[in-house]
Design a protein around this ligand. Sequence first.
Ligand code: AIR
Length: 348
Amino acid sequence: MSKIKLGIIGGGQLGSMLSIAAKKLDIQTIIYCDDVNAPAQNFSDEFIFGEYDDKNKIQEFVGKVDVITYEFENIPYETLNEMNKSKTVLPKPSVNRLIQHRLAEKDFVNKLNIRTTRYVEIEKKSEIETLGDFLPGILKTTTMGYDGKGQYPVKRIDDLDTLNIDFSKGFILEKLVKLKKEISVIITRFGNYSYEIYEPIENSHENQILKHSKIPAAVSKKIFDQSVGWATQISEELKYIGTLCVEFFIDRNENLYVNEIAPRVHNSGHLTINAYNVSQFENHVRAVCGLKKIPLKKLSNAKMINLIGKQIEPYRKNLKLGKNEFFFDYLKKEIKDKRKMGHITKLL
Ligand code: AIR
């Protein structure tokens, strides 16, 4: 039988880890990315460089693959929809369209009677002046943000004067919760009520970028069950195929809130590579390629540390790893402040 050819849109670290997982399953990967230096080309079978609206390049890509997935969410809906006319795109383009728009995403979650932070749509600066009730809050672009990009903490209305925000883009203002802890739940759905779910992961951020993730998360049974239940409900409702991550806040009164949904494999799940029998990446490839679902088994507790910006340098110069420690260099050519450059997983 000829090998399945999986097309992956996006060529960052998530594309790399998907390609590595696919190789193990004897599936070929073709990466399509608008960055000529996309690091995933080091791990994929083929790489096509092109813009996300370049119809010719996209046709070339579509012609080569059997099924298509993506490793970041900010892809134009039209692009995914066009591809989906000739080859199956999973998760479905409509799921990506819903989730990439923060307002639509939160409305969807609330309709399921699942709690989110309080939020309001902002079309112009003056509206915020009457919304003191939502402060301290965080102003976020409705689309196109990740790793703290497009996010502005606002304590007082005066803060807006120094922030220099372009209000021609859509925004939402979210009220901050009195945060105790952040967790995420990663689930891979294969079909109706057919899924594998990883236990909740505890996350901590620095400068709005994920820094540490660990399992087990120190949470009550109530929070454990509720987070797993909500992630399952969200993936069922979306009729999702593949790996999905739901990020949650827990406040000081032990209330759980959905922060956001990622329609893809997720940074907090990197530890699943070493801590489980099947990683989030392998599960994603299995689900979108229609392979068999394997029952998940946790092999070890674990902690993952992100290496951001220059933090990668000492590891590149002189790698010293302890027993049960794993290092992954994303092979990004340019070190930039706040850029995820690699990670370390320690089995505990
Ligand atoms: N990514 C996708 N959504 C959020 C994140 N962090 C991953 C994807 C994407 C890469 O980050 O793998 O391709 C982009 O990283 P950078 O450093 O080039 O911005």
